[in-house]
Design a protein around this ligand. Structure first.
Ligand SMILES: C[S@@+](CC[C@H](N)C(=O)[O-])C[C@H]1O[C@@H](n2cnc3c(N)ncnc32)[C@H](O)[C@@H]1O
Length: 337
């Protein structure tokens, strides 16, 4: 495995304070304000003046804020990038939403997960019990789609299909983009109750309700049948091999002999250990492992998983977003249970 050329200091890789304080600063809006004198800033943010001074001193020392001779506080380029509300970054750092909740769980549960101690049986139940948190997760997923969906939608694969089922499609950020880009397509989105309701509203808002059906169902049970392709985008990585195989098998059963199962996932590799993409992928892998008992997989892992339920790889494309598009067909042999 190649090593990174610049070696970080121990503090850079062990400090827990910086990531938490940056998230808190994003959440209270400290990084997204216009240049403002310290005293006005405290009033605007509704926090104590002495607390603000602490935060500002800390963030200025790390090049995230700057303070001029008159005490005017501004975000640096780094601060502006962190708090940019047009991308998914700020949603990922919002300490009060789903991302914050998952980050806190990660801190609490990482050691237990590494030691193989019992985890929550179904992490999605936490979202089902808390509609606000669940909605925040869906918003996060939709925001992150800006990183990968446009490129995926342009793939010629979709032009060869008449109908698709988007399994675990969230609020429809992929399915509805596909329907807008490919007029011959109709689709169904299968989701948990909360996102399914939001997806139905979104279909109506976008004027797509006549071409898009929304079904509330558990992906581990029977799925709507007869669609040309069953899409699993960033779904399998939320499950361990056993759970992922159940979902893949359900998709393979539903698509029938002529259908396809389309998987969109990051594929882990060892050949770019120091690239930003690989750093992201390995962090996401651990996050998924601790929070969901899942994780990112290598190409061989995905291949073997699909083969275990009678699916064989037909096409594979690496996308610039770091994801891979994998198209599987059912092999003639009966699906193994
Ligand atoms: C990581 S998100 C991926 C969302 C979307 N496909 C994307 O690529 O952005 C996984 C999705 O699977 C859904 N999901 C998880 N468990 C499910 C289940 N048992 N049945 C139906 N949907 C489920 C979640 O609600 C969530 O929207």
């Amino acid at each position: 495995m190649p090593q990174s050329t610049s070696v970080p200091s121990p503090d850079q890789v062990t400090d827990l304070v910086t990531p938490v304080v940056v998230r808190v600063a994003v959440t209270i809006g400290l990084l997204s304000t216009e240049p403002t004198p310290m005293s006005q800033l405290a009033i605007g943010l509704g926090i104590d003046d002495s607390v603000l001074r602490r935060l500002v001193r800390f963030l200025a020392a790390r090049g995230i804020l700057s303070v001029d001779a008159n005490g005017v506080v501004s975000s640096t380029e780094l601060g502006r990038r962190i708090s940019d509300r047009t991308g998914s970054y700020a949603a990922r750092l919002d300490w009060s939403g789903a991302a914050g909740r998952m980050d806190r769980s990660f801190v609490e549960d990482c050691l237990a997960a590494v030691l193989g101690r019992q985890r929550r049986p179904d992490p999605w139940a936490v979202f089902d019990d808390d509609p606000v948190l669940s909605g925040s997760f869906d918003t996060l997923m939709s925001a992150r789609a800006a990183e990968w969906a446009d490129e995926l939608v342009e793939d010629p694969l979709w032009g060869r299909l008449g109908s698709i089922a988007d399994l675990g499609g969230g609020r429809g950020h992929l399915l509805y983009r596909l329907l807008q880009a490919w007029p011959q397509l109709t689709g169904v989105l299968v989701e948990r109750p909360g996102p399914a309701r939001a997806a139905q509203e979104e279909a109506e808002r976008l004027g797509l309700a006549d071409r898009a059906q929304v079904v509330t169902a558990d992906l581990r049970g029977p799925l709507p049948t007869g669609y040309d392709a069953y899409v699993l985008a960033h779904v399998l990585h939320d499950w361990n091999d056993e759970g992922a195989a159940v979902i893949l098998r359900r998709a393979a059963e539903a698509c029938g002999p002529g259908g396809r199962v389309v998987v969109v996932e990051r594929e882990l590799t060892d050949d770019q250990a120091s690239s930003a993409a690989e750093l992201n992928a390995t962090a996401q892998d651990l996050r998924l492992f601790v929070l969901f008992g899942g994780g990112e997989r290598t190409h061989d892992d995905l291949h073997a998983l699909a083969a275990s339920v009678g699916l064989s790889l037909e096409e594979r494309r690496r996308l610039t977003s770091g994801r891979s598009l994998l198209v599987f067909a059912r092999t003639p042999s009966p699906l193994r249970r």
